[in-house]
Design a binder for this molecule. Sequence first.
Ligand code: ATP
Length: 595
Amino acid sequence: MNADEVLEGLDPEQRAVAATPLGPMVVLAGAGTGKTRAITHRIAYGVHSAAYQPQRVLAVTFTARAAGEMRTRLRSLGVPQVQARTFHAAALRQLHYFWPRAIGGAAPEVLPHKAPVVGEAASRLRLQLDRVVMRDLASEIEWSKVSMLTSETYPAAARRAGRSPAELDPTAMARLIELYEEVKTERGVIDFEDVLLLMVGILAEHPEIAREVRAQYRHFVVDEYQDVNTLQQHLLDQWVGERDDLCVVGDPAQTIYSFTGASPRHLLDFGQRHPSAQQVRLVRNYRSTPQVIGLANLVLAGSGRDAVQLQAQRAGGPAPELTAYPDDQAEARGVASELRRLVDTGESPAEMAILFRTNGQSEALEAALTELEVPYLVRGGERFFNRAEVRNAVLLLRAAARSDDGSTPLGDLVRDVITGAGWSVEPPAGGAQRERWESLNALATLADDFAAAGEDVRLPHLVAELDRRAGSSTRRPCRASRSPRCTRPRVWSGTPSSSWAPPTGCCRSRWPPVRRRSRRSGACSTSASPGRAGGWGSPSPRPGLPVAARPAARRGSSTARRACWASRRARAPRPSRCASGGWPGRPSAPAAAAT
Ligand SMILES: Nc1ncnc2c1ncn2[C@@H]1O[C@H](COP(=O)(O)OP(=O)(O)OP(=O)(O)O)[C@@H](O)[C@H]1O
């Protein structure tokens, strides 16, 4: 493939993104406008036109699944050497690599969940917490860390933001956060946010490491930039340094992590921070009918967000109706009675579908449908494994598992293999073919989620899990079958889509079965696994991370001090309390990373 071929099939705006590989760029892209297409083609164009060396490009996404999809697309565009990682995966990889040099010894283990440590911290404050409250407090700790707050700044910031998790007074919450850090230190572990904090600190404290990282990566692309938080932005700033080869893409109307500290401001203010940045708006929507787009534009226009006005590219369809309900129960009853009405007028239930965002929402809907005796099926894990294309793909995966040497990331390997069962990078248009593709793609995303959830997960592990799920789904009744009015397992019609979660509907068993490490980022799955190949920046890892001399750290920026202090505390089995009260953000000692 050559550079010109890469631009073929792009619309004028996508082409404007792809054909300008150098310099700062902000792409405001509405849903379904082909932003992933635009940025992957930009990277491919940059490589094929010799503007980029592929190893010097870093594409950052928010989920392991998105990173896997991006890698697949990049491979299909002939640039498999380009790195596509989540923030956490990239940071963890660097942390493992540079820790021996910056701090000394081996990097600490990353906590898979905050809950046990939060529980211990709470018990030291004599707080009795149930699991829901514990989760809220863990989220609050996360928010305070990604917002880069200290125990002193947290209470005021929390009050300003109107946050009072579990109705805890902000001062008490600050104390809980302090204790959380203490417990973590005692256990010699770090959490997800520490991974980023530590890397920010190391890069700020160690100019030679910052130089090394910047020499590795020259061009940056950040997808879903509307969801970046302050901490991630700091890390990105450190990676980019004084350069400006940064392309960010996002949609301010699609911020989904604001409760954890993400802000679309980083996206909207990009032009101020990079006055020479080009701005491109992707507005052509390839996914929905003009009627749906018209309604979406209307809803978004009233949302107060700086949303892109979409232009539909598809042919017309029926007009949608928008109905609002006061709560979930009323909504479920409203939906069920509409379906009941349609069934009574002779419509077939097989022609109807309800889509919902999370599995948890099915409960109210199922109850309402059962109540009105509307027959229904919930699409879940069970029937999925009975589909011919899935059975075929699992057979191919089983055969491939025998020769998996761990050199290819799991998601990529699975996509390679299931290509033999009919999967392709671009989905086929409509019909049964599309449905089969959706099933196969769901397997691929399942592999990404699986890889994200465990360290060093290989194809044999995935195949074992698929077998387990296929087996358990035939043995166990689905939830619907346990409802009093249903006599057999039911499944919603529809196919798992890109937002499909690991099968949970019918068999809500533990996911995944292997050791957990990073549920969110996939960070641990390939990074710095002993015996795997590669340093922090190479596409394929190599063992033996060097332990270099440990230069004494200078007193650096407050960020650096905070991070290095966190790192020092994480290593020390029982640190002596610092004069300022043991809060990672306020070290009383110099930030001597290597003690
Ligand atoms: N120039 C184009 N011509 C025809 N179809 C296109 C074009 N660009 C994108 N599409 C189609 O639009 C759909 C969305 O593309 P893509 O997944 O790249 O979009 P996205 O903006 O990243 O999606 P999301 O809204 O999920 O973030 C895909 O089915 C893709 O094939």
